[in-house]
Design a protein around this ligand. Structure first.
Ligand SMILES: *[C@@H]1O[C@H](CO)[C@@H](O)[C@H](O)[C@H]1NC(C)=O
Ligand SMILES: *[C@@H]1O[C@H](CO)[C@@H](O)[C@H](O)[C@H]1NC(C)=O
Length: 382
């Protein structure tokens, strides 16, 4: 009985296999009717080309089959991998366009320099004087912290061509981070990010650019009138020179060897001018929450090639007056018995400390990671 049982099992298996094979065959026939076509019904040219390509493949390197129904370009900017590279516009500009006509003919000129001012309406006459020191080779951007924008157009002709960005009660670095992304301002060789309280009687922007190019300054500021007050010795305007890059004051001996801020490689944050390349780096260093930018000036040297003190300097022949108008202070808020002005000032100092420790920690972390991964104490390469 055991053997007959086994034969029966075997018979059942055979039947199942046969049924399956028949079903599979029918399915195949249904899905690929073309397989029923006999060889003779195929056009001769097609057969020929199949034969040729088969013969050729003996010599050709086997290549991955390319899925031509899908685009995926890893070298495109992140997020744009599905686009054919030819249509990717990864950079933009601040040039104003018209609404009609041939787009090719929109731009009568394409300024190569950018000047931005963070302004309140009360300082409009000072800003008017500033803007007049910048030629038509500059795009002018005003960041309005007091919400008053349209009034500017009533008073100043240049205002109608300027770009106005209005967000209540924010700071220069907040605006710069949000609206001056390096890929947006990439058409500008130099970028001025200036406060609103600068006296420009002895300043001309074209001349300034000329000096900056001549002396190879990636980051710079105009010298400050020593009569009118300054915070750091190095930013003081010198009468005898075009540009200076170092402070030799003995009192500041501690930061001269090697030359380090605030004796060298230093400009203050009130009136900095960045080259396109330097700005691409500085933009990344600006923190989203540290809006006053205090301490940034001590870290700028990280954004230029060493020796940094050669690339960062003060332009003496075009100089300005820092008028110290505490305009932002009045935008603060009374809190805990502090005046609005004190509140803002305190936050400035707190941010300075925070920024300092973030930079330090980031550097330490990086160097530590480098050590851990270095071949000298790793077993991978031994
Ligand atoms: C603007 O730039 C052009 C090209 O560099 C220069 O020839 C011209 O003198 C500049 N305009 C002014 C007002 O300096
Ligand atoms: C490499 O050196 C670092 C720092 O001295 C240490 O923390 C780490 O454990 C070392 N790694 C190995 C694999 O020895």
């Amino acid at each position: 009985p055991v053997s007959s049982r086994r034969t029966e099992d075997h018979g059942m298996k055979l039947l199942a296999t046969t049924l399956f094979a028949v079903a599979f065959g029918i399915l195949l026939g249904l899905s690929f009717p073309s397989l029923w076509i006999t060889k003779t019904s195929l056009p001769k040219t097609l057969l020929h080309s199949i034969a040729v390509s088969h013969r050729g493949s003996e010599f050709a390197t086997p290549h991955k089959s390319i899925d031509i129904s899908k685009i995926w370009v890893p070298s495109n900017p992140r997020g744009a991998e599905r686009l054919p590279p030819g249509i990717v516009a990864s950079e933009s500009d601040l040039y104003l366009r018209r609404l009609w006509g041939d787009p090719q003919e929109d731009l009568k000129k394409q300024p190569r320099y950018l000047a931005t001012f963070t302004v309140g309406y009360n300082q409009r006459y000072n800003i008017d004087a500033c803007v007049k020191k910048f030629s038509e080779n500059f795009t002018i951007v005003l960041f309005h912290y007091d919400g008053r924008t349209s009034e500017w157009n009533d008073e100043f002709d240049w205002s109608k061509k300027a770009i106005h960005i209005s967000v209540l009660t924010q700071t220069k670095w907040w605006y710069a981070k949000r609206f001056l992304h390096p890929d947006i301002v990439v058409r500008y060789d130099y970028i001025f990010i200036w406060d609103e309280d600068l006296g420009v009687d002895n300043f001309d922007a074209e001349e300034y650019i000329h000096m900056v190019k001549k002396h190879g300054l990636e980051i710079s500021q105009p010298g400050l009138d020593p009569e009118k007050g300054f915070t750091w010795q190095i930013t003081k305007r010198r009468e005898e020179s075009e540009v200076h890059k170092m402070e030799s004051d003995e009192k500041l001996e501690w930061c001269s060897h090697p030359p380090r801020p605030p004796c060298a490689a230093f400009v203050e944050i009130m009136a900095p001018v960045f080259s396109k390349d330097a700005w691409r780096c500085v933009w990344h260093m600006i923190q989203n929450d540290l809006v006053h930018g205090w301490g940034l000036d001590f870290a700028l040297r990280r954004c230029v090639e060493e020796p940094a003190h050669e690339k960062i300097g003060i332009v003496d022949s075009q100089w300005i007056v820092h008028q110290f108008i505490p305009s932002l202070g009045s935008q603060g808020k009374a809190d805990n018995g502090k005046t609005p002005w004190q509140g803002v000032r305190d936050r400035c100092h707190v941010e300075w400390k925070m920024f300092e420790s973030r930079v330090e920690n980031a550097e330490k972390d990086y160097l530590k990671a480098l050590q851990v991964g270095s071949p000298s104490n790793s077993t991978t390469f031994q």
